[in-house]
Write a new protein. Sequence first.
Length: 207
Amino acid sequence: MSPAAKPDVRRVFLGVSGASGALYAVRTLQMLVAAGVAVDLVYSGAARRVLQEETSLILQDDPSLLLEDGQDASLVKLWPHGDIGAPPASGTALGEAVLLVPCSLSTVAGIAHGSAANLLERAAQVALKEGRKLLVVPREAPLGRTHLDNLSKLAWAGATVLPASPGFYHQPKTVLDLVDHVCAKILACCDIEQTQVPAWDGGLSQA
Ligand SMILES: Cc1cc2nc3c(=O)[nH]c(=O)nc-3n(C[C@H](O)[C@H](O)[C@H](O)COP(=O)(O)O)c2cc1C
């Protein structure tokens, strides 16, 4: 394959850290797989705990329990959080984007200060140094000054900071409508088409 050729299957890195909002990760994963995108998936220990507290799901080695019935589980590879030598940690094997959904302010701080102590931080550092897309979805409230400083550092370094703060202009009826609104934005930032959330039409469909 020549350097300019695009691979047949698009591939992204989805890192999940221990911020509240486990559903954001689950729905982003489902939308990526529905779009035929291969996913290198990493859950931190804290993310596994939050997933269990918020959804009762216990993630062991099989990521298919995060997918919808009938989705192609072969598109998802779950890597150990501590495996800093796993292929997605290298510039040559990293996919086209690193998505941290949701991203704890602890992981934000680590990346902002150059830490690469686990696979999630390492993938983020590689994305920054290689000029690849890094998209961070922080969730914390309120945000303290160190949080804001660290998020600003990431934006300054080239990351896209997309807070987990859904819009309401599409008249959501369910929690999932709110979650999907954020997840659709995440995919839009990566130019990945999804069919779950219609594009905003200026409110014409609600008139
Ligand atoms: C139920 C629960 C909810 C949490 N919510 C948040 C949150 O919304 N934002 C955040 O930054 N940290 C939150 N934390 C704290 C992080 O999980 C903690 O800082 C952890 O060390 C993050 O590790 P990680 O970044 O390696 O996943 C939460 C922890 C628990 C147990």
